[in-house]
Ligand binder design. Structure first.
Ligand SMILES: *Cc1c(COP(=O)(O)O)cnc(C)c1O
Length: 416
C-alpha cells in the first residue's frame, strides 16, 4: 500500500517517520546542532555546494551547517509534503518568510519582476507585495481579471482561498488556467491540507502560515510551502542565502501538531457550523461570512474543498460601535489576532490584520472575524450572546479613522 492510498487521517499520524525504527526511537528526534562534523574536506565541500544551491546533503557528506539543512525540520517538511500530495516542502521562520522566499525565487531570481495578486489577500501579503520592498511590481485584480493583467515579465500569481477575512472562495483550477505558464501560489492557511490540496488543482505551490492550524496551539511561528522538488530547490536556495529558518523545536511541535490536525479541524469545523447557524438568526448580525452558506453556486466548495473550515466572519448591524463593544465584551473568546488554535479568537480585520491594506481594498469597519476553537459550541454561543447584549447598550463611539477606511501603513520604499 503506497502512502497516497492511505486515508489523510493515517497520513497525518504516520508521515515523516521514516527510519525511526532503525534509530531505535519512537518519538520524533530533535537535532539542535548548528554545525556538523565533516568527513573530509572534499565530501564536506561537495555537500556544502549541493545544499547551498538548493539540493539535499550528499550521501556521507555531512549536513555541514544548520542554515543549509536540519533533519528535524526536514522530517516535518516530508510529512507536510505528503499531506499536500506534493513531492517536497520547504519550511521557514514564518508565513511571511515563506511568502518572501516564494516571491524572490520567482521574481528577482528569474528576472521577472511583475506579480499578479488576486484580492482579497492576508494584509501582510498585500502589504509585502505593494511595498515594493522586494523589487517587485504588483497588479492587484479580481479572480476573473488574471489573464488580462498578465505580462511577459509576470513571474508569479498569488491567490488565497478561502480568503481572509471574507471567506470568499476562488476556483484554483480557473486561476491556474488563466495564469498559463506562470506558476500560481495558493495561500492554503485557512483550509489546511486536510480540507484542500491546491496542487491537485494545478497550483505550483501551497503555502501555509503554519503558525495557524498546523501548529494549532498558538506557540509556534512558522511557514511552509509544498511544491515540486524543482521548486523546493529554488526555495531552499533562497532560504540558505537569506536565512529565514524554522528552528528545529518549532519543526518538532508542528510535526506533532500535524498528527492531530484532522480531528482538530473536524471538531472546530463542526463547532463553527453550529455557531454560524445561531449567528444567522441574531438581530445584531447583518451578514455572516462562511463558505457554502449561500449554497455553492459555482460548485467551488464541492470541487475543491472537503469542508468549509472553522473561520467565520460577521457584519454587525450596529456598525463599528457594535463591533468594538463585542470585541471588548467577550470572555471565552480571546480578543486577539491570529487563528487556527484550539481556543477561540475574535478580532477586527480593518483595524488589525488588514490595517496595511489600502483603504479601498480594506475590509469594512463593521466586520469581526472569529476563529472557532475546540471549546463546547454552546459555551461559545453563550459568550457571543452576552457580548451582543452588552454591545446593544454600549454608547455609540465614532469609528476610528483606520476602521472607517482611512489611514493604512506605508513602507519607506517606493513601489515602482
Ligand atoms: C498569518 C497569515 C499569514 C502570515 O503568516 P505568519 O506566520 O504570521 O508570518 C499569511 N497568510 C495567512 C492567510 C495568514 O493567516
Amino acid at each position: 500500500m503506497t502512502d497516497q492510498q492511505l486515508h489523510p487521517d493515517t497520513v497525518a499520524v504516520h508521515s515523516g517517520r521514516a527510519g525511526l525504527t532503525e534509530l531505535g526511537v519512537h518519538a520524533l528526534p530533535i537535532d539542535l546542532s548548528t554545525t556538523n562534523p565533516l568527513p573530509d574536506i572534499e565530501r564536506g565541500g561537495d555537500s556544502y555546494e549541493a545544499m547551498a544551491t538548493g539540493g539535499r546533503p550528499i550521501e556521507g557528506g555531512s549536513m555541514v551547517y544548520a542554515r543549509l539543512w536540519n533533519p528535524t525540520v526536514a522530517r516535518f517538511e516530508d510529512a507536510l509534503a505528503e499531506t499536500e500530495h506534493a513531492a517536497a516542502a520547504v519550511a521557514f521562520s514564518s508565513g511571511m518568510a515563506a511568502m518572501t522566499a516564494v516571491i524572490l525565487a520567482h521574481t528577482s531570481a528569474t528576472g521577472k519582476h511583475h506579480v499578479v495578486a488576486v484580492r482579497p489577500l492576508y494584509g501582510g501579503t498585500d502589504h509585502l507585495l505593494g511595498s515594493g520592498l522586494l523589487g517587485t511590481e504588483t497588479s492587484y485584480c479580481h479572480p476573473s481579471e488574471v489573464r488580462s493583467v498578465l505580462r511577459a515579465d509576470t513571474g508569479l500569481v498569488v491567490v488565497e482561498t478561502p480568503a481572509n477575512p471574507t471567506l470568499e472562495l476562488v476556483d484554483i483550477a480557473e486561476i491556474v488556467a488563466a495564469a498559463g505558464e506562470v506558476p500560481v501560489v495558493v495561500d492554503n492557511t485557512f483550509a489546511t491540507p486536510l480540507l484542500q490540496n491546491p496542487l491537485d488543482h494545478g497550483a505550483a505551490m501551497s503555502l501555509h502560515s503554519a503558525t495557524k492550524y498546523l501548529g494549532g496551539h498558538g506557540d509556534v511561528i512558522a511557514g511552509v510551502v509544498a511544491c515540486s522538488e524543482q521548486t523546493a530547490e529554488a526555495l531552499r536556495r533562497v532560504r540558505a542565502v537569506t536565512g529565514g529558518l524554522l528552528h528545529p523545536l518549532g519543526a518538532y511541535l508542528l510535526h506533532r501538531g500535524l498528527t492531530t490536525l484532522p480531528v482538530r479541524m473536524r471538531q472546530q469545523q463542526e463547532n463553527a457550523k453550529q455557531i454560524v447557524q445561531w449567528l444567522i438568526d441574531q438581530p445584531e448580525i447583518d451578514e455572516v461570512f462562511f463558505p457554502g452558506l449561500d449554497g455553492d453556486p459555482q460548485g467551488i466548495l464541492e470541487r475543491q474543498m472537503r469542508g468549509p473550515g472553522a473561520m467565520v466572519a460577521m457584519r454587525m448591524s450596529g456598525g463599528y460601535a457594535a463591533a468594538s463593544a463585542v470585541a471588548s465584551s467577550v470572555t471565552l473568546f480571546t480578543h486577539a489576532v491570529s487563528l487556527g488554535g484550539v481556543d477561540s479568537l475574535i478580532q477586527h480585520p480593518a483595524a488589525l490584520t488588514h490595517r496595511p491594506v489600502p483603504a479601498d481594498a480594506r475590509p469594512d469597519a463593521d466586520v469581526l472575524r472569529l476563529s472557532i476553537g475546540l471549546e463546547y459550541a454552546g459555551d461559545l454561543i453563550a459568550d457571543l450572546a452576552q457580548a451582543f447584549a452588552r454591545a446593544s447598550t454600549a454608547v455609540a463611539v465614532e469609528a476610528a479613522p483606520h476602521a472607517a477606511g482611512r489611514g493604512g501603513l506605508s513602507y519607506p520604499v517606493r513601489s515602482k
